[in-house]
Structure formats: structure tokens, C-alpha cells
Design a protein around this ligand. Structure first.
Ligand SMILES: *Cc1c(COP(=O)(O)O)cnc(C)c1O
Length: 397
């Protein structure tokens, strides 16, 4: 099918939640993808921070194929070897001792909310309330949507879940003021992604950790976007070495195969007893094998460090461009999670970049976001920065 045919059929049969798009992509390899007409693009969005190893990474593809020939699904009524190996490898590289697997980011955050509530209930002191940040993004299911501190996503879906408090991000006083004896969980992104690639000030996350410990409140980091090497370390919490009680993962975990995870410390793990929570597909042989191969490849020496170097190189080039372009207000990010804030809406620029063969996306109305695979090289970065400059010129920005 060509793009027009795919688009027409989409219009007839797919619910219109995503609006109109320019491209239909049919093939990928490394940092490159091809559309239905065979045109090549440099992918600097990686399926929204998902294909961190690049498209169709040989080891992940091999693991998927081998597992698909062996066993795809059995449910968690049975033990699953790739799932326990995945959990073991995650724990080797992460503070979390125990894992629950599901299908994506929203589900992982639902699991975190449920574990926190049930943990406190089982201690005999229920503390069901939850503090989250404004501008946050935690997913679209009703619990995760309620945790998402952006009114535009809530529109038309009331009533949402009770018990949530919204505080400004990167503001310790506001967080402290929101604490009541009913609050049992603080849920934060270590860097806000969808909210505009917003980094907290240094010291904020450690201070939140300390406050939560003092007030006996659980802390969960939503690393669905920041995790799996995206920000220059395997997990973003490593940057200031702030250890939360829970972590949620998804996007990059299976390098494109749907899988999500909640990790927690042994100290709170018995909040969930048999029957308390479940997921039919969670950590099934196929997705777990893909995630295991992804984790093995991501933790090979040098890969994440190289991504971090490319991130620094890319950011420097963007800062140089910003010097010449007053329409660029700020370049910010860490590793290969980079936002470029403009003095106007970026939608036309995203379109121009697509037309010029570069995939990138927005993060809110005025921030252009880059989330390339970690395997990019300086040639690819130079090409993207040159294309950005040419697009700004063409748009007369
Ligand atoms: C994408 C995202 C989610 C939601 O993940 P889904 O797999 O789409 O449910 C949650 N939290 C963060 C930080 C995200 O970036």
C-alpha cells in the first residue's frame, strides 16, 4: 500500500485520537527509517524514546525470532524463564529488588499507585493520597491520567480519581506544604518529558528524597521516558544518586516490543500479596525475551557512555545555533533527551523537518524535542543541526 491508501483506510477504521499525520513508515534499520514510497528518514525521535538501540537491533530481532519459534505466551499462571532472567538483570543494574511486569508506562504507574496504597493499608495506617507535579505526564489510563498534572489531558474525562495533589515541579516548599498525614506517595519524573523536557535544579530530587524519608512517604520515579540510557546513564536517578522506593519503566525497555515494569525495594514488596495485582500479558515470554536482549545490549560497556557523548556534542551544536537564532530561547536536556524551546509554536518546524527527512517531535507547544537512538554518530547529528538551520531559514524564523 502507498501512503495515501494507508491514510484513507486509517480514516475509515481507526478512531481519530492521533489526528492527521504526514508519513507511513514501513521499515527501519539503526537510526534510519523508510516510508511507504521508499523515502529515507533519519529518526531523531526513536518512536518516542523507545528504540534506544536503533531500529531492528540484530540482537533484539534475533531474540524475538528465537522466542517466537519457541513460546510466545502462557500467562503468569506459570513461571516464565525470560521474565525471571530479565528481573535478575534489571536488579543487577537498578536499586529495585522486585519487579512486576505489564504492557506499558501507564500500567506501570497504575501498579505503583496500587502498591503504595496497599502497602500503607497493610501497615494499618492507610495513606491513600498522592502528590504529583504540574506539567507531569504519567499515562492515559484513569489513574495515570489523574496523576498527570496537565488539565488539557483531563478535559471531558471527569470524575477522575480522588486523592491527588498537584504541586509545581522543582519547588520543594510547595511539595512540603502539600504534605498531610494522608499522603503516602510522591510520584515524579526525574526529568519531565512530555511537559517540555524540564530538568529540576540540582539538589531538588535529593531534597525530595530526604523529605519523603522524614515524613514516611514513599517516592516513585517515573522513568518511563528517562530510563534505559536515554539521559546518559542507565537510569536518570543515577545522576544525583537519589534512590526512590519505586521505579516505573516502559518505553525503551523492549526496544519497541510493548513491555512495562514496576520495580520496588524489598522493604515495600509485601504490599502486594498473591491476588492483589495481575496482568495477563505482563512479562510474557516474547516481550520478556525482547527486553532481556535489550538490557543485555544496553549494558554492554561503552554504549550508554557513547550516547551521552553524542548528547553533549548535539547540545553544543544546538547551543551554537541558538547564538545565531533569537527565536531559540533555550536548549536543555541531558544525554539524548533534548528540548529546544522557541518563542513560538513548533508545529510548522516539526513539519518542515519531516519534509526535509528528519523525524523529531514536540514536547508541548513551543518545545522541539529530540530523542534519537543512542547509537547515532556525529555525522547524523551534523545532518540534523544543518537541516534545522535550513528549516529555520526557510520558515524565516
Ligand atoms: C510515555 C510516558 C508514559 C506512558 O506510557 P504508555 O506506554 O504510553 O502508557 C508514562 N510516563 C512517562 C514519563 C512517559 O513519558
Amino acid at each position: 500500500m502507498n501512503t495515501q491508501e494507508i491514510k484513507a483506510l486509517n480514516g475509515e477504521h481507526i478512531l481519530n485520537t492521533y489526528g492527521e499525520r504526514r508519513l507511513a513508515l514501513v521499515r527501519g534499520e539503526g537510526a534510519r527509517v523508510w516510508d511507504a514510497e521508499g523515502r529515507e528518514y533519519l529518526d531523531f525521535f526513536a518512536g518516542i524514546a523507545v528504540c534506544n538501540l536503533g531500529h531492528c537491533h540484530p540482537k533484539v530481532t534475533e531474540a524475538i525470532c528465537a522466542q517466537a519459534r519457541k513460546l510466545v505466551h502462557v500467562s503468569n499462571l506459570y513461571y516464565i524463564e525470560p521474565q525471571v532472567k530479565l528481573a535478575q538483570l534489571l536488579s543487577k543494574h537498578c536499586f529495585a529488588d522486585k519487579w512486576f511486569f505489564c504492557n506499558g508506562g501507564a500500567e506501570a504507574n497504575e501498579a505503583a499507585i496500587k502498591l503504595a496504597r496497599r502497602y500503607w493499608t497493610r501497615t494499618g495506617t492507610p495513606k491513600p493520597e498522592i502528590i504529583v507535579a504540574k506539567q507531569s505526564f504519567h499515562g492515559r489510563t484513569l489513574g495515570a491520567l489523574t496523576a498527570t498534572g496537565q488539565p488539557k489531558y483531563h478535559e471531558g474525562f471527569n470524575p477522575l480519581l480522588p486523592g491527588f495533589h498537584y504541586v509545581p515541579y522543582d519547588n520543594l516548599e510547595a511539595l512540603e506544604a502539600a504534605i498531610t498525614p494522608e499522603v503516602g506517595l510522591v510520584m515524579l519524573e526525574p526529568i519531565q518529558g512530555e511537559g517540555g523536557v524540564r530538568l529540576p535544579s540540582r539538589g531538588y530530587l535529593p531534597a525530595v528524597r530526604q523529605l519523603c524519608t522524614e515524613k514516611n512517604i514513599l517516592l516513585s520515579f517515573d522513568e518511563v521516558q528517562t530510563g534505559l540510557g536515554r539521559t546518559g546513564t542507565l537510569f536518570a536517578y543515577e545522576d544525583e544518586n537519589v534512590i526512590p522506593d519505586m521505579i516505573t519503566l516502559a518505553k525503551g525497555l523492549g526496544n519497541g516490543v510493548p513491555i512495562g515494569a514496576l520495580g520496588c525495594t524489598d522493604a515495600i514488596a509485601d504490599g502486594f500479596a498473591p491476588g492483589a495485582h495481575a496482568c495477563t500479558f505482563g512479562g510474557n515470554p516474547l516481550s520478556a525475551a525482547a527486553a532481556l536482549a535489550t538490557m543485555e545490549a544496553l549494558t554492554e560497556p561503552g554504549l550508554i557512555e557513547k550516547g551521552a557523548e553524542m548528547g553533549a556534542y548535539f547540545t553544543r551544536s544546538l547551543l551554537d545555533l541558538a547564538q545565531e537564532r533569537p527565536c531559540i530561547l533555550e536548549v536543555r536536556g541531558r544525554g539524548l533527551m533534548i528540548g529546544v524551546e522557541f518563542d513560538r509554536e513548533v508545529a510548522p518546524l516539526v513539519g518542515a523537518m519531516h519534509d526535509a527527512g528528519i523525524l523529531c517531535g514536540p514536547a508541548g507547544p513551543r518545545v522541539l524535542r529530540f530523542l534519537p537512538p543512542l547509537i547515532i554518530d556525529t555525522t547524523a547529528v551534523d545532518c540534523v543541526v544543518a537541516t534545522l538551520e535550513a528549516s529555520l531559514e526557510a520558515l524565516q524564523w
